[in-house]
Design a protein around this ligand. Structure first.
Ligand code: ZN
Length: 158
């Protein structure tokens, strides 16, 4: 990591964690997904409204937790808002690749999200960076198939 990169990383992460964009909730009809990361205490509550063609009409989140989890959520909402299903799926896959395997240069389409590529060296932080994206992935699934039923994989534990 060179110094310029580190400086920019600090600036962007701090800015987004202190002043998160698209912070709040959406009126119905919207899909609501809660995500949490127990190891770090991060929580994300994501609301997404999809259009008839599966495009991301609007999305907002609330949450608490570390700077990386909140900044990643804020950056994600800016990036996927208004995108088609295919485009948002591609962003999800590209970001997942960058923070998990990240063998290649992060693609330009990720914009400032590329700054989070450094978390790949810190397995605990990968979960923080991915939290909002996992919630978004689940929202996309629910948009297609309806709410994910836990009972599909067997009866609930009691
Ligand atoms: Zn965290």
């Amino acid at each position: 990591m060179n110094t310029d990169f580190e400086e920019l990383y600090q600036q962007v992460i701090l800015d987004h964690s202190k002043r998160p964009r698209n912070y709040g909730t959406l009126e119905e009809p919207a899909i609501h997904v809660d995500g949490d990361n127990p190891s770090c205490g991060d929580e994300i509550h994501l609301h997404v409204r999809f259009g008839a063609g599966g495009e991301v009409e609007d999305l907002k989140f609330t949450g608490v937790g570390c700077a990386i989890s909140q900044a990643s959520a804020s950056l994600m909402t800016l990036k996927v808002k208004g995108k088609s299903r295919t485009e948002s799926q591609a962003l999800l896959e590209a970001f997942t690749d960058v923070v998990t395997s990240g063998s290649q240069e992060p693609p330009k389409m990720l914009g400032d999200l590329r700054l989070l590529s450094g978390v790949r060296n810190f397995p605990q932080r990968v979960k923080c960076a991915m939290l909002a994206w996992r919630a978004f992935e689940q929202a996309m699934q629910e948009a297609q198939t309806g709410p994910v039923q836990a009972s599909e994989s067997g009866p609930h534990c009691s």
